[in-house]
Design a protein around this ligand. Sequence first.
Ligand code: UD2
Length: 309
Amino acid sequence: MPRYLVTGCAGFIGSWLTQALVERGEDVRGLDNFETGKRENLSAIENKFDFVECDLRDAERTARACEGIDAVFHVAALPSVPRSVTDPRTSHTANIDGTFNLLEGARAAGVKRVVYSASSSAYGNQPGFPRVETMVPMPIAPYPVQKLTGEFYMKSFWQVYGLETVCLRYFNIFGPRQVPDSPYSGVMAKFTLQMMRGERPSIFGDGEQGRDFTYVENAVSANLKAMAAPAEKVSGRVFNVACGDRHTLNKTFQVLADLLDFKEQPIYGPVRAGDIQNSLADISAAREAFGYAPAIGFEEGLRRTVAWY
Ligand code: UD2
């Protein structure tokens, strides 16, 4: 029976992935430093997996956490484009050094495969739509540069050391457990909480920027399928993980307002530094390589998210 390691197991995406593995009866080790992850995200699976408190910036502890592991889901990161603009060094060390330490630990431990949580923000200013994995990345802010560096390291470790690595470029994942009350929260969680509190959300720009918002369960299923796929289909490759639909912030605001019976208007402000205008994925590569299909759409995802908060 393979033993899996999930980095960032107490985080928003990592905790759902860890839970899915545990519920499938897998042998799981989870790692987190609780910088953005929360213990309560693990309450449903407490004592059902091996937990290691560890910061990936600690190379030695990270290497120890990799011992005895067959396959890794590397989900841990210090997310957020604006956080990386305000404090680039902290996210640089978490995301680039952390990913490198994880890969070094995995290599030393003889891990077979690493599935890496990459970011759609790597496309940045790339003019082509929808985004296809063969397009040249044009990252803007430090965070996308960091996540893209992780992708290059993944590919390098495949080419140089034969460690099977797969990169999943997530497009704006949302859903239950996404942190709603940090200045760096994703827009869905933030708007949901604000509307529930009766506060008017702020829209940065005219609200016509679009995102390929993707419910978290779709990201979990992409991870599981990418891990199970034959090496010749996925190793050393990058895949978009999205819905393949674009929704503007104005529309998102309206759907959420209807679900929450929120009657007020948003406050419009200046465009946020480092933001891109649009994001939309072509998801055919993931479908062809490992049968990925987004089972939960935008509106159903929003309904589930609102019901959870
Ligand atoms: C980027 C990545 C995403 C993920 C994430 C990690 C893109 C397209 N996506 O998400 O894949 O890696 O970073 O954090 O780059 N906004 C408001 N009001 C608010 C908050 C946000 O108008 O109170 C706007 C924001 O300016 C942006 C949109 O909402 O236009 C989405 O922002 P976000 O922070 O939720 O996610 P984003 O797109 O930076």
